[in-house]
Ligand binder design. Structure first.
Ligand code: FE2
Ligand code: FE2
Length: 174
């Protein structure tokens, strides 16, 4: 009984933060598209946005299945994601890609950790592993599009990743 409760608690925490993260992720790409919609990189960004939409839909359904409430800060993740995407895209396509590298590295690691820590949740683990691979694919797309050559890349990466880690801690709890 105790362990079952522990599992449920663990799963709830995972689903809440993952749903919140995907709300933000989809909006980052929408923010980028608002600025770079006509740029040649837009096709790649749309591909990533569509995958984030699928991730988000999956977690929305899982929140329902497991009867977990979404993060109370969801409206904030929505706005913050869009801002982050639009602001970095306004700095240019390389900066937008730098943002993608930074965010997807953190999310990829995050899903990897969750997949390894969840017990008795084979379906969920499988989903997390698939999403992890897709996030890392997004990181690689952004590397291929010279995100690492963006002006101020190291500092940008550090700041964005620190922000992501704070967001993850918050969304697990609130
Ligand atoms: Fe995602
Ligand atoms: Fe992603």
């Amino acid at each position: 009984m105790t362990s079952r409760y522990h599992d449920q608690h663990e799963v709830s925490r995972c689903l809440r933060v993952d749903h919140a993260g995907e709300v933000g992720a989809r909006r980052i790409y929408e923010g980028q598209l608002a600025v770079l919609g006509a740029h040649p990189v837009a096709e790649e960004i749309r591909h990533m946005r569509d995958q984030e939409q699928e991730h988000l839909d999956t977690f929305s359904a899982l929140l329902n299945d497991y009867e977990v409430r979404p993060s109370l800060l969801s409206p904030f993740w929505n706005g913050a994601g869009f801002m982050l995407g639009a602001v970095t895209a306004a700095m240019g396509p390389k900066a937008a890609m730098a943002c993608t590298i930074a965010v997807e590295e953190v999310i990829g690691t995050h899903y990897d950790r969750q997949a390894k820590s969840l017990k008795n949740e084979d379906d969920l683990v499988e989903t997390l592993e698939r999403f992890r691979d897709e996030e890392l694919e997004h990181r690689d797309i952004a590397k291929d599009h010279d995100g690492e050559d963006a002006i101020g890349y190291p500092i940008m990466r550090r700041v964005i990743q620190a922000g992501c880690r704070v967001a993850i801690k918050l969304a697990e709890r609130v």
